[in-house]
Design a protein around this ligand. Structure first.
Ligand code: URA
Length: 236
């Protein structure tokens, strides 16, 4: 097999082997033997770092979105972040740049972070899906099922004390709940030794500017949790 078909087949089997009990990862740095608890559903043998994990999966074609994407959008930010934000899926701008939340919703996210004295240098930002669904349609169950282990592996490497789900979709994938946003937001939800906050997706506030105050409340709660964890030390 040669050319594009060969490349896709090699990529498929390379990514498949990451999830097979009977197969092992290519030789990894010793740190892969970490004692850190690995979240159920993550890769069994944890990559030594986010960079290593990105190298392993960035040519993924395990679901139908692989061949349609421009760039794989792995995640961005501080690998030792105490806060991880999870969005739904890359949009047009993210697909072009390969970086999450760089379009209008991302600019609003940056403003909301700045309003509580945080920014992208401090946190880590990623999505449930690493590839853009065509025309920004909702993720299909097979796409979520394929990509969720990648998210859980990222979280297992970072082990953040605080996770923020941006929107109901991220919350439902992570927490397995279909509860409405008004029941989820404004509370700290315990999940695997981590505190989870759920708030509206920034795109919601772009469409419903009069509800922005709810997001601002949620980000103030986020900053309070962050200060409790860090003892109020300046984030940078
Ligand atoms: N919306 C998301 O959920 N993620 C992005 O990266 C951009 C927009």
């Amino acid at each position: 097999m040669s050319g594009e078909a060969g490349r896709l087949a090699r990529s498929y089997f390379k990514n498949l082997e990451l999830f097979e009990d009977s197969l092992v990862l290519p030789p990894a740095a010793p740190a892969a033997e970490t004692e850190l608890p690995v979240l159920p559903g993550a890769l069994k043998s944890l990559p030594a770092s986010l960079d290593e994990f990105e190298r392993q999966i960035s040519d993924c074609t395990r679901c139908p979105l692989g061949p349609t994407r421009t760039k794989f959008v792995f995640g961005v930010g501080n690998p030792a972040a105490r806060i991880v934000f999870i969005g739904e899926a890359p949009g047009h701008d993210e697909d072009i740049k390969g970086i999450p939340f760089v379009g209008r919703a991302g600019q609003l996210l940056d403003q909301m972070l700045a309003a509580v004295g945080l920014d992208r240098r401090v946190v880590y930002i990623c999505n449930v899906l690493k590839c853009r669904p065509p025309a920004n349609r909702d993720p299909e169950p097979v796409e979520v099922a394929t990509c969720k282990p990648y998210l859980l592996t990222q979280l297992s490497i970072i082990r953040p004390p605080i996770i923020v789900c941006l929107g109901r979709h991220a919350a439902s994938v992570l927490l397995g709940t279909d509860a409405p946003m008004k029941e989820l937001r404004g509370r700290v939800l315990p999940w695997h030794d981590t505190q989870v906050l759920v708030t509206y997706h920034p795109a919601y506030f772009l469409r419903n500017a009069s509800h922005q105050y709810l997001g601002d409340q949620d980000f103030r709660l986020l900053r309070k949790l962050y200060d409790e964890i860090t003892g109020g030390a300046a984030p940078y």
